[in-house]
Structures are given as C-alpha cells and as structure tokens.
Design a protein around this ligand. Structure first.
Ligand SMILES: [Zn+2]
Length: 396
C-alpha cells in the first residue's frame, strides 16, 4: 500500500469482493461450490496453485490455494483461513440478507462479519502477495460447514497431513475486532436415543420405558458434571474454569397412560481439556452399556441406547510461545491475549502442529444475528494486517 490511491483501490476491491461473496447463499449444509470456484478463479489468475477437498456427496468443497515463495527461506508458511458457510437467516431483516447493502459506515449482509469480510480482504490482497518477492509460501484456506460443528475443516486437515503440511502459522479470521484470541473450549454435541418397549401404564413391568431410562442417563450426566468441576485445571484461563455440561432437551412419550418406547436427549459439553471429553464419554458409555442397557434387555432384548455424535469441535489451547500470536502482535501492536466462548477451527490446525491464532475483522456481537453487518473500518484494519504480513514475508 504505497500510495493513498492504491490503498483506496484495495479497500474498494475488498468491498466489491465481499459484495460478491455475500451474494452466494452458502448456508451451512448447502452447496458452496460456486463461491469456492469464484475464489479459486481469483487466486489462479494471479498464479496460485490449489486443490479442493469434498464431502461424500461432492456437494460441499474446501479450497486450499498456495502462492509459492519466490525466494524460499526457512520462514514458516502462513495460512489465511476462513469458513465459507453462513448460518441461516430468520425473518425480520431490514435488507435482503444476500445482497450486500452499505449504510453509512456499515456493510450489511449474512456473513458480512462471520466471516466473508475476512475472506474478501485476503482475496483482495492476494494480487499484492503475488507480485511481491515472497520468501515464504502464503496459503489461502476456505472451508465449508464450520457453523455446524466444523464438518469441512477435518477433511482438509487430513489432506494437509497427507501432503506433509504440518508446520506453519495460521490466522483464522473469525470476527474478533482484530483482537488476538488464543484459546477457547471445545464444543461437543450429542443426541442419545433410547428405544424400549411400549405398553399399558397399568403394567409398567411389562414394558421398557425409554423416558425413564433417559432420565437415569440424564441424572448420570448431572452427576458427571460435578466430577468435571472437580477436574478443573488449577491455572484454567476459562470462565467458568471447568468443563461444562448442559442438557438441551428431552423428548419422548405420547400419553399419560402409555409406556414410552422412544426418547432422546440432546446434550453438549465444553471441555477445557481434551481429557475431560474422554473421561466423560467413557464414564457415560460404561454406565449406559453396563448398567442401563442390560436392565432394559431383561424385559425387552431389542432395547437400545445409541449415542449420536453431532459434532466434536476440539478446543484451542493457549500456547505461551505462540509464533502466530507473536506475528500478529508484532503487526498490530496489541499484546493482549483473550479467550472466547465460541468454537472455531483453530484447534484442528493446532492439532497438526500449526501455530494458530484467531484474529479477524468485525465483531462476534453482530454474527448470527438479524441485520448482521461489518463496520467498513474493520476491513481496513484487516488489510493493514495483511500488508504487515507482506512486509514480514519478503527479503529485506
Ligand atoms: Zn464463524
């Protein structure tokens, strides 16, 4: 950004790209291939190489594109990462959620801050990287279905492992108002299904009440929740400091006088350490399979308890010597480190040894809401960060 003029152009271009991105209705679970192709074309035109990874139906796509170093050095590659899906829209928007609308200093649209704003900045900046004498690789990682329990990213991560990409610095541009987020809890969601035997309520011993077994299961969960509190790490950085557990719903039964043959329980846990998730699941499964199920089968051998994993988003752990955090700090001057209560793909990159930070334009306050917007100044701040990355990625 050498002159005022070129930085204006860069900003205008990021707004234009953001406008295009919002126009793609990439609600989680739906086909995002047009958006991915749009991104791929921009990056290919400037000389990036890329590969795609897909879901089983080849409907949803991750893109990973690379601008190779012209003067390779021992600097770690940088990954700029964002998810392409957005949450569904509910009624009540003042503008069309899929048409970017600028009013005073804000740009409205679904995904404006979470997180097409970041993706737009990276695409707008990419041609500048392409022209620079890069001494490290710069990667662009755009995933699908983050909002529904990070379904896309693990598929990409598997491919990165195969290709030997397991070192580097990753910036995940979730909306943090460009603040540095270096940790969050995991988020594991489950539905457990109980199937027993229906019957007349006057003879409870002849049926197997799915509702009653589900209740005992829920009680066990609440008991284990107390154990999780006791397991809180002494130096925990989270609030509350321990892993949490919550029952979201119990559904079963049809009438007062009918033994319910079906019931299911929605529940989730947010582990502060991975071991808590392992502990909880093994204790719970043991209780279900060794205590509840044999009891149910005494009356009805076909009884079942089935735990369905909705998603297990791994936590993102604080690393006191994080290369990623240090890089961003050195560019923004912000030395603070914060934790957040929302989940991201950060833990997945971290798990394969990539130093990761969550930092991006816009506020989480506006994410997932009616009239989602991004303050245009946030895009400028993000472009400044990308410019700083350029300065740190060329031979001096
Ligand atoms: Zn997000």
């Amino acid at each position: 950004m050498s002159t005022e003029n070129s930085s204006d152009q860069l900003f205008d271009n990021s707004v234009k790209i953001l406008t295009d991105l919002i126009g793609f209705k990439t609600i989680s679970g739906e086909d995002n291939s047009s958006l991915i192709n749009y991104c791929d074309e921009i990056l290919k035109k400037i000389g990036a190489t890329s590969f795609k990874t897909f879901d089983d139906e080849k409907k949803r796509v991750n893109l990973f594109a690379t601008l190779k170093a012209k003067n390779p050095s021992d600097k770690k590659p940088i990954i700029l990462s964002g998810h392409t899906d957005v949450v569904p829209v509910s009624k009540g928007w003042s503008t069309d959620p899929f048409v970017a609308t600028i009013k005073s200093n804000k740009l409205f649209g679904r995904g404006a801050c979470d997180m097409k704003g970041f993706i737009a900045c990276t695409l707008a900046f990419a041609p500048i990287y392409a022209k620079a004498n890069l001494d490290r690789d710069i990667h662009f990682s755009y995933t699908f279905d983050e909002e529904t329990a990070c379904i896309g990213a693990p598929i990409l991560i598997e491919e990165l492992k195969k290709r030997g990409v397991k070192d580097g610095i990753c910036i995940i541009g979730e909306p943090t108002n460009m603040k540095i987020i270096d940790a969050h809890k995991g988020c594991y969601e489950y539905t457990t299904y109980f199937e027993g035997l229906a019957g007349h309520s006057s003879a409870p011993h002849k049926g197997v009440s799915a509702v009653e077994y589900a209740t005992r299961y829920v009680n066990k969960l609440i008991e284990l929740r107390e154990d999780l509190k006791k397991r809180a790490p002494k130096d925990s950085i989270f609030d509350p400091p321990h892993s949490t557990l919550s029952i979201g719903g119990i559904f079963g039964g049809i009438a007062h006088n009918v033994i319910a043959d079906k019931c299911h329980v929605n529940w989730e846990t947010r582990p502060v350490v991975k071991e808590d998730g392992v502990f909880l699941n093994s204790e719970l499964d043991k209780y279900a399979n060794e205590i509840l199920l044999p009891d149910m089968k005494k009356v009805f051998p076909n009884s079942s308890i089935r735990k369905n994993i909705i998603g297990e988003v791994v936590g993102f752990d604080r690393d006191e010597k994080s290369n990623a955090c240090e890089l961003v700090s050195s560019l923004t001057g912000d030395n603070t480190r914060e934790v957040v209560s929302f989940g991201t793909e950060a833990g997945l990159f971290q798990e394969i040894g990539i130093s990761t930070v969550v930092c991006g334009p816009g506020s989480i306050e506006q994410a997932h809401k009616i009239d989602e917007f991004i303050i245009l100044d946030e895009l400028k701040k993000c472009l400044n960060l990308l410019d700083g990355i350029k300065a740190k990625s060329i031979l001096n």
